[in-house]
Design a protein. Structure first.
Length: 442
């Protein structure tokens, strides 16, 4: 059975303005969108179920439980029983939480069984290929959603998510996404200042995430084609979207938030030098061009032995910003930095809570307080930007925003069945053609 292939191809003010440097002469202001509380308010018990019991899913459960009082995890679902068992054991050992057998579901339909188990919220942390189908079912069933990033691996899935997000708004169901930097107080304040014009008009950005290789697993003899790909999902584009979509979306989402709007076109390249498993690249370099001519470079690499670098630099007509908490003039002189409190400081005004917990605090606060929260539109936009970059690198040509919006590209097999045989892709896309030899010396 053939796999899918490449087809046709602003936040409002949260803080009052302050002075330069780390002066404590700031006034904190919450707004109607985010509370930025240290914990969600108390209220009736909210029950959550987890779909996708791997490391990120297990972590998301811990983050949810840490978000406030009267929060319970009551159901687990995963395609594989051993993954569910590990998550269940972790919850017992670290939190003394017992999930009863009748609320533990295994198989491709486990997501629906979790949704139907009497929960208020569903946490989704499966490989992102499944996100549109699963989130759609949760919203149709009237559940609030935490959706780990990304929410789609292809343009088809992104369009489903558009429809799902609109349906959630109509039903007043909250949706919070796992692009956690939008819930980090230092980055929120930096973005607010950039949006207020403190570095002038934004004209460009340079965003990098360079690090080591992703995990991968060798195939076991007893695994079917599908089981192998699912257990090694981070290395197959149809399941993860490739690392520009699955991991680099954090940095691209920050860039999109600071720059605003969406790019009109993308051109770039990528390749594979050291990656062993799957069909993905281990490096990308993409230039996005916006309607007003501004350009943004986004580059990412997953290769061992070459060091680690993360950079999110937003350049304006009067200076530039390090998105993580500082502003500079055009001469490189610091003009403002986030006022991180000293260790032991009891004033929590500027303390940066763990953003992976903060996103759940905001979700629970919105549900209990009736202050509607849905960040899915921005998540989908950032997701499309990463898909756009991947399409450009995989094809070697310019990709437009309209192409991404309208493409019928759909990755993955037509149906999932462990007994089926699949074409398991283990080589990356090949761009261009090889040169022919030249007869220079006859």
């Amino acid at each position: 059975m053939a796999m899918g292939t490449v087809g046709t191809l602003g936040a409002s003010s949260l803080f009052a303005a302050g002075n330069v440097s780390s002066s404590r002469n700031y006034k904190y202001h919450s707004d109607r969108t985010l509370s930025m509380h240290e914990q969600a308010p108390d209220g009736p018990v909210l029950k959550a179920g987890l779909v996708g019991c791997g490391g990120r899913g297990t972590g998301a459960v811990a983050n949810f439980l840490d978000a406030g009082p009267n929060l319970e995890i009551v159901a687990l679902g995963d395609v594989f029983s051993d993954q569910l068992a590990k998550c269940r054991q972790t919850l017992k050992q670290s939190r003394d939480i017992d999930i009863p057998d009748e609320n533990c579901f295994v198989g491709f339909d486990s997501y629906q069984k979790v949704i139907d188990s009497g929960v208020d919220i569903v946490l989704f942390a499966t490989p992102p290929y499944f996100r549109p189908q699963h989130v759609k079912a949760a919203i149709e069933a009237g559940k609030h959603v935490f959706q780990e990033k990304p929410v789609a691996v292809d343009p088809y899935g992104a369009r489903i998510m558009d429809e799902v997000t609109q349906k959630a708004k109509e039903k007043n169901l909250c949706m919070v996404s796992g692009t956690a930097r939008r819930y980090a107080k230092d980055i929120i304040e930096t973005q607010r200042r950039v949006a207020a014009g403190e570095i002038g008009e934004v004209v460009s950005a340079n965003v990098l995430r360079n690090g080591g290789a992703l995990w991968w697993v060798e195939r076991k003899s007893e695994w079917s084609d599908l089981e192998y790909m699912l257990r090694n999902w981070g290395n197959f584009a149809w399941l993860s979207g490739d690392h520009i979509v699955e991991m680099f979306i954090h940095e691209v989402d920050t860039m999109s938030w600071f720059v605003g709007d969406h790019p009109q076109r993308a051109i770039g390249y990528g390749g594979r030098m050291q990656r062993i498993s799957g069909d993905q690249f281990d490096q990308f370099s993409i230039v996005y061009e916006y309607g007003n001519g501004k350009k943004v470079h986004c580059g990412t690499r997953q290769i061992n032995g070459l060091g680690w670098e993360r950079k999110e630099v937003i350049t304006g007509t009067k200076g530039f910003a390090d998105a993580s908490g500082s502003l500079y003039d055009l001469n490189g002189e610091l003009i403002w930095e986030y006022p991180y409190p000293d260790e032991g400081d009891d004033d929590l005004t500027w303390r940066v809570n763990n953003p992976f917990v903060q996103e759940h605090i905001e979700l629970v606060t919105a549900i209990r307080g009736g202050n509607y929260l849905n960040d899915s539109d921005e998540q989908i936009k950032s997701n499309r930007i990463t898909i756009m970059g991947r399409m450009a690198a995989y094809t070697g040509r310019e990709i437009t925003w309209d192409e991404v919006l309208n493409s019928d590209m759909r990755l993955g097999p037509d149906e999932l069945d462990f007994s089926n045989m699949y074409d398991v892709p283990e080589t990356p896309p090949i761009v261009g053609t090889a040169p022919s030899p030249t007869d220079r010396y006859s």
